[in-house]
Ligand binder design. Structure first.
Ligand code: N01
Length: 486
């Protein structure tokens, strides 16, 4: 029964979970816990610590609006600094007591009778809740390639998202498989000190030249401390400016063509005409996949100890890799920069909703939700950064914050006693997904490429602008939900 403090379980303490916890705290909710499978907060910034990890979004945008930081060391901050920031925010805003790290949720089951969720952890601990908020992220399940013989390799095989900090790569021969943002960063970082680096590229990427090590203007931290409101103003200005990115990816205008020209120029200017450039030239439009930025990759690849391998990997044996042309590539270490199972969302957690419906069945053809946050059949369960979240265009901190406020609006109604159970309708979900499909048509993601943006159901991104996101999450529309109250 509502009319009391709701018991809330938030799953995940990355960007989405920290934002949610902050919103819950600000709204005065007292009975909530955040369960995090990692041994620390930070989400992707906890799990990823491979050499060369840098954020490809300017730090003044890649931060929480409620916790602006004046003294980022660089415009594109290194991973370790971003991870420290998340830890600091949790401490500074008194959220640490709410978060339990090292606690992996394995299942969440809804009970039709009581309207309660039972959340069970890997250790067998049980939490009973009125609401479950899944802030489990998008890129948290590493994708391991199914290459014959991979287990027979005699040396270390490491996925970048599970990097072993004791792994020695200096002076050794290293194979890196995969050329998304991660592969490009890791090749650039390992090449100067490795004996050799072979980069196995199945499909080349467009790589925009960018000065990733660009430092901040000296004295900026002192300036921001001295001028009240300046940091906040910069944050807002950058957020507005990032609207240009939304325009570029969603509308086929001159802006998009200009960035695409720049992508082609980035390759031409750094790699002379010839076989290497041909092998590095993608067969799809720039920006179709998540854009990779690097100022160092092509230089690293052209070094004497580096080699681009574009023949497919046929198998791996004890000594190394064998490619389709029959060549052997003996190496000491294999690095898998092979990405993530991006569309698993909260899985492998087993989630069972109303009438025993399993999320795995509901999403058997691909993940679908209403406005990124609600799923028919799963009452009193919300997602933050769920399906169609704007991972390719809009600040995730902003999107998380809007979603968290939207969820808080429902929780307040529970606390006030006007809502016991709330479930989005199938019709509203279908209508939203039809809008998404239509808006996806002119986007650059729809121009013919394969990437982690695609699911069986199409492109899993946000095809609208930020204003539409804000409007869609400004307040719940009752007609889109089945609402039960005592
Ligand atoms: O993963 P990806 P990622 N044999 O999926 C290849 C964010 N991020 O970890 O294209 C050979 O992009 C696969 O090849 P193909 C960012 O949003 C951000 O690099 O399928 N190759 C592809 O080249 C990014 O987009 C930062 O043919 C195989 C690669 O592996 C997202 O994370 C830094 C293979 C996977 O690329 C994911 O990036 C890093 C196989 N069997 C990441 N299987 C920032 O800077 C897969 N591949 C914030």
């Amino acid at each position: 029964m509502s009319g009391r403090e709701p018991r809330i379980v938030v799953i995940g303490a990355g960007v989405a979970g920290i934002t949610t916890a902050h919103h819950l705290q600000e709204a005065g909710f007292t009975d909530f816990v955040v369960l995090e499978k990692g041994d620390d907060v930070g989400g992707v910034w906890y799990w990823n610590h491979y050499p060369g990890l840098t954020c490809d979004v300017p730090s003044q945008i890649y931060q929480f609006a409620f916790a602006p930081k004046a003294d980022w060391s660089r415009i594109w901050a290194p991973g370790a600094e971003i991870q420290r920031y998340h830890r600091d925010v949790v401490e500074q805003f008194g959220l640490a007591d709410r978060i339990r790290c090292g606690v992996e949720v394995v299942s969440a089951d809804f009970d039709d009778e009581s309207g309660e969720w039972t959340v069970t952890t890997a250790a067998g601990e049980v939490h009973v809740a009125d609401f479950v908020i899944c802030a489990t992220g998008v890129l948290h399940n590493p994708a391991y390639p199914d290459i014959p013989g991979i287990d027979s390799f005699d040396g270390p095989v490491v996925h970048t998202a599970r990097w072993d900090d004791d792994l020695e790569t200096d002076g050794r021969s290293v194979a890196v498989i995969g050329t998304g943002s991660t592969g490009v960063q890791v090749v650039s970082a390992l090449q100067p000190r490795a004996a050799s680096v072979k980069h196995f590229v199945r499909s080349p990427q467009w790589i925009l030249w960018a000065p990733m090590r660009l430092p901040q203007i000296p004295g900026s931290a002192a300036f921001f401390r001295a001028v009240p409101g300046a940091l906040d103003a910069l944050h807002r200005a950058l957020l507005s400016a990032s609207g240009i990115l939304v325009d570029v990816v969603t509308k086929p205008t001159w802006r998009r063509r200009a960035v695409q020209r720049y992508a082609r120029l980035s390759l031409r200017a750094q790699v002379g005409a010839g076989a290497l450039r041909d092998r590095l030239t993608p067969d799809y439009e720039p920006l179709c996949k998540r854009q990779v930025l690097s100022g160092t990759y092509y230089r690293a690849l052209k070094a004497d100890n580096a080699e681009l391998v574009t023949d497919g990997i046929e198998r791996i044996d004890a000594g190394g890799l064998v490619t389709a042309d029959g060549r052997r590539h003996d190496v000491d270490v294999i690095v898998l920069a092979t990405g993530f199972r991006a569309h698993d969302y909260m899985r492998p957690m087993e989630i069972t909703g109303r009438d025993g419906i399993a999320l795995d069945d509901v999403w058997s053809e691909g993940p679908r939700a209403y406005r990124m946050t609600a799923i028919p059949g799963f009452p009193n369960l919300f997602t933050v950064l769920g399906p169609n979240s704007p991972t390719g265009s809009i600040s995730l901190q902003h999107s998380s914050s809007k979603t968290a406020s939207y969820i808080v609006a429902w929780l307040e109604r529970f606390r006030a006693g006007t809502v016991d159970r709330v479930e989005v309708t199938g019709a509203a979900t279908d209508e939203f997904n039809a809008q998404v499909a239509e808006a996806m048509e002119p986007t650059v993601w729809n121009t013919g490429c394969n990437s982690w943006y695609q699911t069986g159901l199409g492109v899993d991104l946000w095809p609208f602008d930020r204003r539409t996101l804000d409007a869609m999450l400004s307040a719940p529309i009752d007609e889109h939900f089945t609402i039960t109250s005592a």
